[in-house]
Structure formats: structure tokens, C-alpha cells
Design a protein around this ligand. Structure first.
Ligand SMILES: Cc1cc2nc3c(=O)[nH]c(=O)nc-3n(C[C@H](O)[C@H](O)[C@H](O)COP(=O)(O)OP(=O)(O)OC[C@H]3O[C@@H](n4cnc5c(N)ncnc54)[C@H](O)[C@@H]3O)c2cc1C
Length: 455
């Protein structure tokens, strides 16, 4: 048996940022991670001069905690504006985020293809835009985003129907969400609106560490290396007399004055059977999409000049394509690129059980059926390397009312299970930034608690 002032369960971005924050405040925690490496869904890897992200890959404009931690750790950020091709009615169109009159005229054919210019599309599109602008302060992934305040039981599908958004424009508004998250229609309207609203308000601006998101999880893990114990799954958080008093890992009981539980929301109830009923109910609203991702190192540029990615929202089998070296040139050796193929929804569930080679062939074949004009997608056996990453639980979907229900959880835990703090993407605005900021705020509360009760 050993004892620590603070134990953190889970070494994804939430757990790592909790450990990092405690260490900055002079507290040495113990972080227990079940897998053989910290990083969770934000892991990356280095392959022959390529920097690959296995899970998360994009920070949008409001990732305040992520940007600050990158700065503190000396990771330069690279900014760009996303330019994607969209397949509509068998034709590829692109939009550019720049707001000039010339750009407006150039984009008219794209606006027609995307469904903005029919009378009902124009009417409802204007309503969506007006609402996004009016509620701009809510459309944010920042650590202090008030998004939960406008969350209710309405699903995103019902929201679009309420505003009279026609089918063609629904495809445009939900295209990227559908491809990455799975079907966004049953999810809560607040989170889905934030995904769209935040992108529109910032003109598609993204900012990332120059070697990808995996370089941030690696830098955090290196900073906290002395306090991380890997390959150590926690089987139970011990609650005694209304307080978290430690954890059980591999048959060992580790005592603690405070425990931060930073595992995905679906795993919390099993670790803490004593959770009060309202917390259990709130956690019951958490669900994750399934995702599958193929990464291929290729010679030259696989996508048309200037494109960051290509979206096939009308084709259920085709993945989202991305050339990460367009955002982040330092991620690939000169003259080479990283092509990402990402799929969510039921198709990801069908593919996940297959072997790596079959998944790569299936996704490449689907992408090639309607290849963007001028693209150079690799053949089945081409490429410097390829990797397949399967995620049974990828992005937190946000069921209707989830954000509002989870905002109540810290208050429901206090006085019922003291000294236990929950952190993770599901406790904030689901994203890397949500995970980082909830880890940080849990650590701040733990530091205050420990300061009030010196040993
Ligand atoms: C393919 C993909 C693409 C994504 N794209 C983006 C994106 O572009 N932008 C974005 O913001 N977000 C993206 N996300 C989501 C983002 O990765 C997550 O929101 C974030 O990384 C979650 O961090 P977390 O710490 O809350 O959870 P996790 O990363 O899941 O960390 C939880 C950790 O707990 C460990 N663990 C679980 N059970 C135990 C136990 N019993 N004992 C000890 N350890 C345990 C796990 O091994 C894991 O390391 C993406 C995710 C995926 C999978």
C-alpha cells in the first residue's frame, strides 16, 4: 500500500493536464494509465520522418487552454483556414472563407450546389446564420464557454426541422459532422450548433502545433514523466464515509487525499459504484461515436492544389480525406504528404473488425469512386507507410441535454462523495480543449483542497 496526496486515473489530455497543473502548483500527483503509453485519444507517433496523429487532429479558433499549454511547453502553433472540396450531385465544389465581393460572386455556383440559394434554403440558412451571430458567445469551445446554458432536450435534427432547413442544405450543415461523428441528427442541438457556428464565425480558422496534436500529448507526458505509471488499469476508486480515499490498481490499494477520475464518461460508473443517482443519470447521457482512420505517407500532394480536404457527405461509404501536410508542412519530409482517410457512422463499425490491409483498400476504393478532379490518390500498394487506428469511442456526441446535465455534476458530487473530481472531454465542451480545461480546473480545485488541509 502506498499513499499520495492526489491520484489521477487516466492519462489522456484531461489526466495529463491535471497532472501538469498540480505539478506547476508544487504538488506531486500519481497518474495511473491503463495502456502502455499516455495520450489517450490524442496520441501521435513518428514514422520515418512523418509525424502522425492517431486520434484528434484539429484545434479550431477557440481552443484557449490548448493554445496556452502549447505556448508554455514551447510548441509553436501553425494557423491556416480550411479549404475543403464538397461533392454535390456528383460534382465537386469548393468554398473559400475570404469575405470579399469577388469571392462572393465566385462562390455563387458553390452556394447553389450546397443548397443555400433555393428560397427555403436561403430563408432557413439566414435564420441559422442570424442565430449563430446573435449567440456568438455561446458558440465556443473555450474553457469558460457558456454553451451548456443553451443546451436543452432538443436534438439537432429537430432544431433543423424547426427552422425549416431543406434536405439539401441539411447535407451541407451536417456533412463534416456526419462523416466524423456518425449521425449528428439525434445529438443535442447546442453542441452541434457550436461545431458549425464556431467554424463559420472564425472563417474556418484552425491552429495546431507544427508537428500535430500528438506532439502536445507527447510534450505533456514528457513533462509529467516522473509521476506517470503506465500499464496500470485502475479497477476501483475507493469511497469510504462519503469521501474518495484512494484507488485499487492491480490488487494494490493506493491511498489518496483526492482522486481525479479522467477516464471517458462511459467508464466512470463502473469505477465508482457509489455515485449518487443524479450523477449516474447525467453520465447516462454520455455517448461516443465510433471512428476509424487510415493514415498513408505519400509522395507529392494527393489532393487538388490548395485543398486541405475533401468531403463526400452524399456517399455513406466514402471517408473524409485530408492532406495534413497542407496544414502542417513540418509533419512530412519535403515533397511528401500525409493523407488521412477518416470515417465515422455505421461504416466505421463495419470496418473496425477487418484487418488493416482490408480497411485501407475499402476506404481508398470508396474515395476513388468519385475522386476529386486533379487529385492523385495512392494505389492500394503505394505509399511510404500506412497505419490504421480504430476507435470504439472516438468523439463525445452530446446527447440532447447532456451538456446541461453534466454542468450540474460537480455540485451533485460535493457533499455526496467528497474529494472526488471528474475530468474529461465529456465534462467540458467535448474536444481536446474540453479535456484539457476540465483536467486543469479539477487540479485547481484539488490544489485548493490540499492547501486547506495540509498533512
Ligand atoms: C479519430 C479521432 C479524431 C478526433 N478529432 C478531434 C479533433 O480534431 N479535435 C478535437 O478537439 N478532438 C478530437 N477528438 C476527440 C479528442 O481526442 C478527445 O475529446 C480528447 O482527446 C479526450 O481526452 P480525455 O482525456 O477526456 O479522454 P481520453 O483521451 O480517452 O483519455 C482517457 C485515458 O484513460 C485511460 N483509462 C481508461 N480507463 C482506465 C482505467 N480504468 N485505469 C487507468 N486508465 C484508464 C485510457 O487508456 C486513456 O488514456 C478526436 C478523437 C478521435 C478518436
Amino acid at each position: 500500500m502506498s499513499a499520495h496526496r492526489a491520484v489521477i486515473v487516466g492519462g489522456g489530455f484531461a489526466g495529463l493536464s491535471a497532472a501538469y497543473t498540480l505539478m506547476k502548483r508544487g504538488i506531486t500527483p500519481l497518474l495511473l494509465e491503463s495502456s502502455d503509453r499516455a495520450g489517450g485519444r490524442g496520441k501521435g507517433e513518428q514514422i520515418d520522418g512523418f509525424s502522425v496523429d492517431m486520434g484528434a487532429f484539429v484545434f479550431t479558433a477557440t481552443y484557449d487552454t490548448a493554445f496556452r499549454i502549447c505556448e508554455e511547453l514551447g510548441l509553436p502553433l501553425v494557423s491556416s483556414q480550411m479549404k475543403f472540396g464538397h461533392l454535390r450531385g456528383g460534382r465537386w465544389v469548393t468554398t473559400s472563407p475570404e469575405g470579399s465581393l469577388g469571392s462572393f460572386v465566385r462562390q455563387l455556383p458553390a452556394a447553389v450546389a450546397l443548397g443555400f440559394l433555393s428560397p427555403s434554403g436561403f430563408r432557413s440558412g439566414t435564420k441559422v446564420m442570424r442565430q449563430i451571430r446573435r449567440q456568438a458567445e455561446y458558440m465556443s469551445f473555450a474553457g469558460d464557454s457558456p454553451l451548456a446554458e443553451i443546451d436543452d432536450d432538443e436534438s439537432f435534427g429537430d432544431y433543423l426541422r424547426r427552422l425549416g432547413v431543406p434536405r439539401k442544405l441539411q447535407v451541407t450543415l451536417t456533412g463534416p459532422l456526419k462523416m466524423i461523428l456518425g449521425d449528428p441528427m439525434p445529438a443535442g442541438q447546442a453542441l452541434m450548433r457550436a461545431y458549425i457556428g464556431e467554424t463559420m464565425l472564425s472563417g474556418g480558422a484552425v491552429s495546431m502545433p507544427e508537428r500535430g496534436i500528438g506532439s502536445l500529448s507527447a510534450a505533456l507526458a514528457a513533462e509529467c514523466a516522473d509521476v506517470i505509471r503506465v500499464s496500470t488499469p485502475v479497477s476501483r476508486i475507493v469511497v469510504d464515509g462519503g469521501k474518495a480515499t484512494g484507488v485499487i490498481a492491480g490488487g494494490e490499494t493506493i491511498d489518496a487525499d483526492a482522486v481525479i477520475c479522467a477516464v471517458p464518461g462511459t467508464k466512470v460508473a463502473d469505477l465508482v459504484p457509489e455515485l449518487p443517482a443524479p450523477v449516474r443519470r447525467a453520465l447516462g447521457t454520455v455517448s461516443y461515436s465510433t471512428g476509424c482512420r487510415v493514415v498513408i505517407g505519400v509522395e507529392g500532394s494527393p489532393l487538388p492544389e490548395g485543398w486541405h480536404g475533401a468531403l463526400y457527405p452524399e456517399d455513406d461509404d466514402a471517408p473524409l480525406l485530408m492532406d495534413r501536410s497542407k496544414f502542417l508542412p513540418a509533419c512530412a519530409p519535403p515533397g511528401k504528404s500525409i493523407l488521412d482517410l477518416l470515417i465515422g457512422r455505421d461504416r466505421a463499425k463495419e470496418l473496425i473488425p477487418l484487418d488493416d490491409e482490408s480497411i485501407k483498400r475499402e476506404l481508398l476504393a470508396a474515395a476513388r469512386r468519385n475522386a476529386p478532379p486533379g487529385s492523385k490518390l495512392p494505389g492500394d500498394d503505394e505509399g511510404h507507410f500506412f497505419g490504421v487506428h480504430r476507435w470504439e469511442e472516438a468523439l463525445c456526441m452530446g446527447q440532447p441535454g447532456m451538456l446541461a446535465a453534466l454542468a450540474e455534476v460537480p455540485g451533485q458530487l460535493a457533499g455526496s462523495i467528497d474529494n472526488l473530481f471528474l475530468a474529461g472531454d465529456y465534462m467540458g465542451i467535448p474536444s481536446v480543449n474540453g479535456a484539457l480545461s476540465t483536467g486543469e480546473s479539477a487540479a485547481v480545485r484539488v490544489a485548493e483542497l490540499l492547501a486547506a488541509r495540509p498533512r
